[in-house]
Design a protein around this ligand. Structure first.
Ligand SMILES: [Zn+2]
Length: 223
């Protein structure tokens, strides 16, 4: 069975200990994962401190564009030119920081519309998290989403804290029956080091069960 690890909300220069630990764990296991970068906050940190440790990502980690401001309504309901601007701004931030040109997009809060997909196509993106409106870009379907973090609500936003093994085990059984690919969506920006340990055990559990962590090109499927 194919699994995609969709890591949300990476901010360059923030919580480096957590990210370094996560990336070295992924490198040790030699598995694919994809990481969504928030453009604006990352660029601000990059400009004020260019001596940070995080110069490169593990070999199998792909970067995806997760929007520039990462605000509610950044994409959903906005006109095409506004959406083009926001996607291009995050794209340029990623290019400046990592020297990497992302080919995939995932909207903040997975909130998007037809203009978002059209903007990504216009900018030459190859992969899109979500299957709605995706006729001319490869969709990474989110209909089999496996989540296992605890969460807290603050005003209207949900903040995710550490992954929970019992929650994972309960949901994994259903996820493996729901078909390919299963997308594991996580928010390590909110974790502490014990969260990384739990996630490592979760990955081992899936590996022992024969799960295959794949790149976006292997996971994609046209609607
Ligand atoms: Zn996000």
């Amino acid at each position: 069975m194919k699994f995609v690890i969709k890591i949300d909300d990476y901010v360059y220069g923030e919580k480096e200990t957590i990210w370094c630990e996560l990336f070295s764990m992924l490198e040790d296991k030699d598995i694919y994962a994809s990481i969504g970068v928030i453009g604006h906050l990352s660029l601000v940190n990059f400009k004020v401190n260019q001596d940070l440790k995080m110069k490169s990502l593990p070999r199998k980690v792909e970067i995806w564009n997760h929007g520039y401001e990462h605000e509610r309504g950044e994409f959903l309901g906005q006109d095409l030119s506004r959406q083009l601007t926001q996607i291009a701004k995050c794209h340029n931030a990623i290019k400046e920081i990592f020297g990497y040109e992302p080919l995939a997009f995932g909207a903040p809060f997975n909130d998007y519309d037809e203009n978002t997909v059209n903007a990504c196509c216009e900018l030459g993106y190859k992969y899109f998290f979500g299957a709605e409106y995706t006729k001319s870009v490869n969709a990474i379907k989110l209909d089999n989403l496996l989540t296992f973090e605890t969460s807290k609500f603050y005003e209207e936003d949900e903040f995710y804290v550490n992954p929970v093994m019992s929650r994972f085990k309960k949901r994994y059984a259903t996820a493996v029956q729901n078909g390919n690919p299963c997308v594991i969506q996580i928010h390590p920006r909110r974790w502490n080091l014990s969260g990384i340990k739990t996630f490592s055990m979760i990955l081992d559990y899936i590996i022992n069960d024969g799960g295959d962590f794949v790149s976006l090109s292997k996971a994609q499927s046209n609607k």
